[in-house]
Ligand binder design. Structure first.
Ligand SMILES: *Cc1c(COP(=O)(O)O)cnc(C)c1O
Length: 495
């Protein structure tokens, strides 16, 4: 409702809404926005400006959010100087920290479309063909997994997909075992390795399981679940009068990039009648891989699977899905609301399968990407990265100043820097400090983690245009930073 006294010719233009009368503004603003991004992408030469947090806080605080509107052109100029100037650029070859990918162009174009049309894929009557396109893509993913007639839904990310899968597993296990929630929930266990994603533990908490619900299954020494140890854990849980609610196999661990032996794990789950969830948030790119698909053999025996298209399918955040082998399992998360899905209505409402209500049409991005590049094209891109990681691993292994920590099956590379004459405690202390020095320079971004109780540096390679030479330059920066820290005797050895 317009405030009385406002001039009656206050139009859509003044309200800055996208309507029939503002299509010219719409194209101008989008041209301006893409122009700003294009010039940044063309000119950035390092993944981050290196500005300090204090400086960034000052810039953010200096913007007066209470002032009168400055217009879109000015607001975008300001965003350019603030956000684009100091953003982290995942397409830069010296960005090698976390599981962030450069984005596929067709997906970026599709993102602009879905932002403008703004459908919500909760009910059919808010999305129509969008719902059908999302369902088709879920079906496609399900077939790639090898499910005969699976189903699922797009989610905001792997964390949500894992939570959703474990919710379905909990409801299934409750139905299987009978008894009241209050009595049975505290007896449920989820089995996973210590390398599984933290969202598994977090889900257990949200799902009201006991504090020690997640049981660590021993691994093979390299981060992969030991299937024989799983059998022993399952037997021990039963013997203790507890109930194995689900086993989570990780197809691509976040740090080591290794894949649990899904086939052998499925064998145990089938023998014990336990729900198998495969967290393929990272490894889902293998579903389209021409050369490495075999690494996830057995995934079709899972009851549920998490896929993160915003990791190995080069999609902009967010783009993820949970896929289940038996469509009826999804019903456990359905809820009735008169305003959404009246009973007389036979329409396919995705809200019945989702934990969200209003939900982005993220599927449009993957749809456009698949049509533009094709599944093999996407898989080739992921394969290229896997092969780059092998090469980088070999180079680190051959370098006396570096120490390779394990071997990834995907595209992480774990290592330490060991300048000549430096002891183990100093090598450990160098990890965090080298990472910080690089971050503060903005010239290269690497991650750090802890493996078998010792810190190490981590590269996560997700850019198929990055060359071994690019990574060699990152490694040189790592060695230079370590040498400078040692030289300055600036390494604080922390116990
Ligand atoms: C990234 C990741 C997740 C979480 O996914 P988000 O999209 O970040 O929520 C879950 N599991 C694994 C193995 C991951 O690597």
């Amino acid at each position: 409702m317009l405030t009385p006294g406002l001039s009656t010719d206050w139009g859509a233009e003044d309200m800055h809404l996208l309507t029939r009368s503002t299509v010219t503004d719409y194209t101008e603003h989008l041209d301006r926005a893409t122009g700003l991004v294009a010039s940044r992408v063309a000119s950035v030469r390092q993944p981050f400006s290196g500005a300090s947090r204090a400086e960034l806080q000052r810039l953010v605080d200096a913007v007066d959010l209470e002032s009168a509107g400055v217009g879109t052109a000015e607001a975008l100029r300001e965003v350019d100087g603030l956000f684009l100037e100091h953003a982290v650029w995942f397409h830069e070859p010296s960005y090698a920290a976390h599981l962030n990918c450069p984005v596929a162009l067709p997906a970026v174009a599709a993102e602009a479309i879905l932002a403008a049309v703004n459908p919500s894929v909760d009910t059919y009557d808010q999305s129509t063909v969008g719902t059908l396109m999302e369902r088709r893509l879920v079906e496609w993913t399900s077939q790639r997994i090898g499910f005969a007639a699976g189903d699922g839904v797009f989610t905001s990310g792997g964390t949500q997909s894992n939570l959703h899968a474990l919710l379905l597993a909990r409801e299934w296990a409750l139905a299987e075992h009978g008894g009241s929630r209050a009595e049975v929930l505290p007896r449920f266990n989820i089995l996973a390795t210590a390398s599984s994603h933290f969202s598994v533990e977090k889900s257990a908490l949200i799902l009201g399981l006991g504090d020690d619900a997640v049981v660590d299954v021993p691994d093979d020494g390299e981060g992969r679940m030991d299937a024989a140890a799983l059998a022993a854990s399952l037997a021990a849980i039963r013997a203790a009068g507890r109930i194995p609610m689900a086993v989570v196999a990780t197809a691509g661990t976040t740090d080591r990039g290794v894949i649990d032996p899904v086939d052998a794990i499925a064998e145990q789950c089938e023998a014990h009648g336990v729900w198998l969830h495969v967290d393929a948030a990272y490894g889902c790119g293998l579903l389209v891989s021409p050369r490495h698909r075999g690494l996830i053999r057995g995934i079709e025996r899972a009851r549920s699977v998490t896929v993160d298209f915003h990791k190995s399918f080069f999609q902009p955040v967010s783009s993820s899905a949970i896929v289940v082998r038996k469509p009826r399992d999804l019903a456990a998360a359905a809820w009735h609301a008169d305003y959404l899905n009246p009973v007389e209505n036979e329409e396919p409402n995705q809200v019945d399968k989702s934990l969200q209500t209003t939900r982005r049409f993220d599927a449009l991005k993957l749809w456009t990407t698949l049509r533009a590049i094709g599944a093999d094209g996407l898989g080739e891109m992921f394969d290229t990265i896997i092969e780059l990681a092998v090469q980088v691993g070999d180079e680190i292994d051959a370098d006396p100043e570096l120490e390779l920590v394990g071997r990834s099956q995907l595209s992480t590379v774990l290592f330490r820097v060991r300048p000549a004459g430096v002891d183990v405690a100093t090598q450990d202390a160098l990890v965090a400090q080298v990472r910080r020095v690089l971050f503060e320079s903005g010239r290269a971004l690497v991650a750090k983690t802890v493996i078998d109780g010792r810190p190490c540096l981590k590269l996560t390679l997700l850019n198929p245009t990055t060359s071994a030479g690019d990574i060699r330059r990152v490694l040189e920066l790592v060695k230079d930073a370590a040498a400078a820290l040692v030289e300055l005797q600036d390494v604080e050895v922390v116990a």
